[in-house]
Design a protein around this ligand. Structure first.
Ligand SMILES: [Zn+2]
Ligand SMILES: [Zn+2]
Length: 427
């Protein structure tokens, strides 16, 4: 108590059905596009993670990235230091490098909780979907991946998602841009906090996420990478824009689109949703052709994206997209005496074998009380088993939707339930 609350998730049933709906929808789209799921360990070796994160960063930028990793306290045996995964790309690249043959293409996705430590030391968990297309350098694969992200958002009901596009250029066009941007930063040193200045100096594409009032964020007045693209990068970027426009995906070129992990080259993108007047980035990605060589020792051209599922969930919730499936038909089964336990369980077993949702009342209560409980559970039908009736070979069936009840022959219980289900579900 009194401490900063840890931002970890615990989903209760009233949230879980919504998450399942979200997951089912995105899995459907991914399966249609032949993406295969990878289930990664939540725990990762800190050393492997560090090598991956720092592969394309230097100095202060790498330090900052590692500071956001949530590590477990140092174990006393000869065990490696473990961290909670902050992302999944590094593991996926290691896996792919171990299985890929020349010319092969792999389409993978993973989803689940990721963990980070915020600058104020708060520990947080967030749900993320990661999608990677590995082994292709083509503009086609790039557009496949971008469109897939848009498609997933749309399938979740977020039809107004749009793209922010930028290009980071290649090793041919970047040096001159970096040189000019550093010159610009030199002249602007007083407008930045020391941390941002150092980070931007090391990687002009980095998103420092700085909230300090000392930082003037004057980069928009400085040189723009798009003005430095070599002819090949410029052609590629034009193609991406043209294809996305032809596919009907709304986009905006954003020359200030920056990323936390700085391993991207050429096309980078964000998925943006306008919610109550403000633009929210729900995900993003880009091409990262050089990362595999640095961390996994294999040259694998790659393009991928993430979607922040917490943010998408929130948007769906705010917009009222979650509707429980009211078509559910459920039977409430109760008995009037303990002698009937065996019969109750047998009837339940038969109903379950017909895939009919059935709840057994664990208590021997008055009928009026049972009816109340059945209604609270959302059941449509009640079967009430009484000693008197059973002796006469019948059972009481109460239709809670139509509010009437009938005695039916015991041996016709299952067909009568199925008949009632058909009548109720088609209504
Ligand atoms: Zn270039
Ligand atoms: Zn700053």
């Amino acid at each position: 108590m009194g401490k900063e609350p840890m931002r970890f998730h615990e989903f209760m049933p009233d949230q879980v059905w919504k998450w399942k709906m979200l997951e089912e929808r995105l899995e459907k789209v991914l399966a249609l596009h032949d993406y295969q799921e990878i289930r990664l360990s939540v725990l990762q070796e800190t050393k492997v993670l560090q090598d991956g994160i720092t592969a394309l960063m230097q100095g202060v930028e790498a330090d900052t990235a590692m500071q956001s990793v949530l590590s477990l306290s140092l174990p006393n045996d000869q065990l490696s230091l473990l961290s909670l995964r902050p992302e999944g790309t590094i593991s996926v690249l290691h896996h792919t490098a171990s299985i890929i043959n020349p010319g092969e293409i792999h389409r993978f996705y993973y989803s689940g909780p990721m963990f980070r430590k915020l600058p104020n030391n708060q520990q947080m968990e967030f749900y993320q979907l990661g999608v990677e297309l590995l082994g292709s350098q083509s503009i086609l694969s790039e557009n496949e991946v971008i469109s897939l992200g848009v498609k997933i958002c749309q399938e979740l009901g977020v039809k107004d998602v749009r793209l922010d596009l930028n290009s980071y250029g290649c090793t041919k066009c970047q040096p001159k841009f970096f040189e000019d941007l550093r010159l610009f930063l030199d002249g602007q040193k007083d407008n930045y906090c020391p941390n941002c200045y150092q980070e931007l100096y090391a990687n002009p594409f980095c998103d420092t996420g700085c909230q300090s009032p000392d930082c003037q964020h004057t980069l928009s007045q400085g040189p723009q990478i798009l003005d430095y693209l070599c002819p090949s990068c410029r052609t590629d970027f034009s193609k991406v824009k043209k294809i996305q426009a032809n596919l009907g995906n709304k986009y905006k070129v954003n020359p200030h689109l920056y990323k936390n992990f700085a391993y991207y080259n050429e096309t980078v993108f964000d998925f943006v949703v306008n919610q109550q007047g403000s633009d929210i980035v729900v995900g993003g990605g880009g091409r990262y052709d050089n990362l595999a060589a640095k961390i996994a020792g294999a040259s694998i051209p790659a393009v991928g994206f993430y979607l922040n599922l917490d943010i998408l969930f929130e948007i769906m919730e705010t917009r009222g997209f979650f509707h429980p499936n009211r078509q559910d038909f459920m039977v409430y089964l109760c008995s009037e005496s303990e002698n009937l336990e065996m019969m109750t369980l047998q009837i339940a077993q038969e109903l379950h074998s017909k895939s009919i949702k059935t709840i057994i009342s664990p208590e021997i209560n008055e009928t009026a009380m049972q009816i109340k409980q059945a209604i609270n559970k959302g059941c449509s039908l009640m079967l009430i088993i009484r000693d008197d009736n059973i002796r006469e070979g019948k059972i009481l069936m109460r239709n809670l939707v139509k509010e009437h009840q009938d005695y039916i022959p015991l041996q016709e219980t299952i067909p009568a339930v199925i008949l009632a289900q058909k009548a109720l579900v088609t209504h």
